[in-house]
Design a protein around this ligand. Structure first.
Ligand SMILES: [Zn+2]
Length: 769
């Protein structure tokens, strides 16, 4: 090797050694971390793509789903609060395999006297009880709930053998139901309807002592087919109470017989309006169909109050047909006031509907239907046009529960008609949420029994957007000049949960029965994660397109978590494995800070570190070509006249280099940074996030830089950046707009802010929720 080459190699080694010494040190601190890297692809966690479900997140070429059609005759016994029904189910087996038996869900059995549900949690004596709680717990006989199955018969009327295991019923078929075939069978049943205000049931009645009436909100009221799929086989995990429902799509023909003076609405199209409506009601209904700006009363409060006194002995049958729905619900009472208005969705008219007793007024006549209409518009814009012809909001005390086209919502004013802001916003929010559930999971039909977050998380995320849009559409309804006060969705709101006691936090990817706090776990955290994904990680344009793609790919189908995760990547070209892994599969939190800042200036002589290096190797300046030296301002002895000078003013070698190597034009445009900073950021939290940094300069200007989350891919603990700047940096702030749910902001600024007020704010934040 000739001398010149040797010389050049020596210089390269020297420069490389000096420059990379720091980084090597960092890597040594964190051996083996790449095996644990949040950025590795999720091959272990995700199900392998197959012909049913593609790697892109779309339904595969062999995707199938089962269909269950119902013909039902239902009768309500208002006096005894009982419900009777006979149903014929036609079950279509679209799976490639034959089925020897069918599983039906008997959700009401969670309230039967032999239910295991109340026995599965430990209990302990309290030192004091309210009289009501004491009476309910120790004095009263258990409610006699649960289905009484009278028969299960085949289409020829012959009994079919069946076995009930708690909330599941297996019906054994005389011969296996082959792929592509269907079977019809009938079930007859009845049960005692629970008082939902006492038992915290998802459906039941509320009794109004003053007028002796009940208002019924009825659901999970008939034996329903379980889902059979390529993912779970039969989804026959028991209904314990928290994990909700998994249901196949189908068509429903339902006749509901109730006292003649009841007002009733339900899932599906009303087929015999002329039989059940008065002439006046028909006239008002025709008006409502043309009223796009405000609801029209079909039944007034005056009429409802008159009906409350009737207690008719006569009966009336309401007939409905619903196509392509996964469930069925209805509400009925003499007490109901009824209003409706039309909403334009795409090129179609949808009816926004509300049913409420006078106890809901004046709040309900003012705001319920308005909230329904606004929700349909917001959700449709972000997903797909609402495909059903109506959406009903029913007022029921302390309820918040969803079914296709119909839902129950709380929000009751005081007896004198006054109400607090808390009641008002609570009511608007629950209506947005429950009407929103039409999209997730009623149409994008995820398995609620297994994954609470797939409907609750996506719906709560959409609820946040719809609430903000409601606030913009109806500024007169919200506190003047304020944003809609959303309870969930804003990043700062999830900090108390994510920074809380790790022993009571479960990953989002948990079954709803196995989490400690279902609210934050299945609602708030996934909603916040998606909000952060939209605003901070992907950006609105990429996120909105991908989210809409997911909704449209899976509308009227059964998606899994992987179908969602894969579609979000597929439609955006954003690698999100790190995001799903850390937000959905762990209980990690976000905490990123600025650890230290070193300041350098260009010097005409080697700094301390460089000198030490040269001494250790017996090198002198003549052993290598001219270098541009950087000296650390606080540790090196620097000629004070150099500080704040441009590099070419300090280093004559650089000046020469520029003269020899740059054109006059390039020299005119040359940057002349005077201050050099090496900023070390650290990440005490487990979740990698984009690093959002605001640099503030001595001239008062500031600049925001967002480093991609991939900065953490090789080193999960620290990240270092060099900033070369014309003006001095006076402050560095991480996550200046609090958009990442950073749990500890005391390490977010340089120079460190120790202002006690901020620290207290942080501490208060930890306690709240
Ligand atoms: Zn919900």
């Amino acid at each position: 090797m000739d001398q010149i080459k040797n010389y050049a190699t020596a210089v390269l080694v020297l420069v490389a050694t000096v420059l990379f010494a720091q980084e090597e040190k960092i890597y040594e601190r964190d051996p083996g971390h790449l095996n644990e890297s949040k950025f590795r692809q999720m091959y272990q966690e995700f199900a392998t793509p197959n012909m049913y479900r593609s790697a892109s997140g779309t339904p595969g070429p062999d995707y199938y789903q089962q269909q269950a059609d119902y013909k039902m005759d239902i009768e309500l016994d208002d006096k005894n609060a009982r419900i009777y029904g006979e149903e014929t189910i036609t079950y279509h087996n679209n799976a490639p395999e034959a089925l020897e038996f069918l599983w039906l869900q008997l959700d009401q059995n969670v309230r039967s006297r032999d239910s295991k549900s109340p026995l599965r949690n430990s209990s302990s004596l309290k030192v004091a009880y309210t009289t009501a709680a004491f009476s309910k717990t120790y004095l009263k006989e258990d409610f006699d709930g649960g289905f009484n199955i009278e028969f299960v018969k085949d289409s020829n009327g012959n009994p079919l053998p069946y076995t009930i295991n708690q909330t599941m019923m297996r019906v054994d078929l005389p011969e296996a139901l082959q792929s592509g075939e269907k079977v019809s069978f009938s079930v007859k049943w009845w049960y005692n309807i629970p008082d939902h205000t006492v038992d915290r049931a998802r459906s039941g009645y509320e009794y109004f002592e003053k007028d002796g009436n009940r208002a019924y909100v009825i659901a999970q009221f008939f034996p329903r087919m379980a889902v059979y799929s390529d993912v779970e086989g039969w989804q026959n995990h028991q209904f314990w109470g928290s994990g909700e429902f998994a249901l196949p799509f189908g068509n429903y023909d339902v006749n509901i017989t109730v006292p003649a003076d009841h007002i009733l609405d339900a899932t599906g199209e009303l087929l015999n309006r002329k039989e059940v409506f008065s002439k006046e009601m028909i006239k008002r209904y025709e008006q409502a169909k043309k009223s796009y700006d405000k609801p029209v009363l079909i039944v007034t409060q005056e009429e409802a109050e008159a009906a409350e006194k009737g207690f008719s002995e006569k009966k009336k049958t309401w007939k409905f047909r619903a196509e392509n729905v996964r469930d069925y619900g209805f509400a009925t009472s003499r007490k109901f006031i009824w209003d409706m208005q039309a909403v334009k969705i795409g090129n179609k008219d949808v009816m926004a509907v509300s049913l409420y007793p006078k106890e809901g007024n004046p709040l309900w006549e003012e705001l319920s239907t308005k909230a329904v209409a606004s929700t349909l518009k917001s959700y449709s814009a972000h997903t797909f046009d609402y495909p059903y012809h109506k959406a009903i909001s029913v007022h029921a005390k302390n309820q918040g529960m969803e079914y296709p086209m119909i839902c129950w919502n709380y929000g009751r004013p005081n007896e004198d008609g006054t109400y607090s802001d808390r009641t008002k916003y609570g009511m608007i929010s629950v209506i947005i949420h429950e009407v929103g559930h039409n999209f997730f999971p009623m149409i994008v039909n995820s398995d609620e029994r297994q994954w609470g977050w797939m409907d609750e998380g996506l719906d709560t995320f959409m609820q946040y957007l719809a609430e903000q849009e409601f606030g913009e559409a109806f500024p007169e309804v919200i506190t003047p000049n304020k944003k809609y006060p959303s309870r969930r969705g804003d990043p700062s709101k999830i900090v108390p949960y994510m920074s809380g006691d790790q022993t009571t936090i479960a990953p989002i990817m948990s079954n709803p029965e196995n989490v400690y706090k279902l609210g934050p776990n299945a609602y708030a955290k996934p909603a916040t994660a998606l909000n952060i994904l939209r605003e901070t990680v992907m950006g609105r344009e990429l996120f909105d397109h991908a989210f809409k793609t997911y909704a449209q790919r899976w509308m009227f189908k059964h998606p899994t978590p992987e179908d969602f995760f894969r579609t979000m990547e597929d439609a955006s070209a954003v690698d999100l494995d790190w995001f799903w892994r850390s937000w959905f599969y762990t209980t990690d939190f976000v905490d990123i800070g600025v650890k230290g800042v070193k300041k350098f200036v260009v010097s005409d002589k080697p700094g301390k570190q460089m000198q030490e290096y040269m001494t250790s190797r017996n090198l002198t300046e003549s052993d290598y070509p001219p270098l541009v030296y950087l000296a650390e301002q606080n540790t090196d002895e620097i000629d004070p006249t150099m500080v704040g000078k441009a590099p070419s003013e300090v280093s004559s070698s650089l000046k020469e280099f520029m003269m020899d190597n740059l054109t006059a034009e390039e020299r005119a445009r040359v940057k002349e940074p005077k201050y050099f900073y090496e900023v070390t950021f650290d990440k005490p939290g487990g979740i990698p996030m984009p690093l959002i940094v605001e640099y503030t300069y001595s001239d008062g200007s500031s600049e925001q830089v967002t480093y991609p989350p991939e900065i953490w891919r090789k080193n999960d603990a620290e990240f270092r950046r060099v900033i070369a700047s014309q003006t001095e940096i006076v402050a560095i702030t991480v996550d200046p707009r609090a958009e990442t749910a950073d749990i500890d902001v005391t390490n977010n600024s340089w120079p460190k802010k120790e202002s006690p007020s901020e620290f207290n704010q942080f501490k208060e934040g930890i306690k709240g929720d």
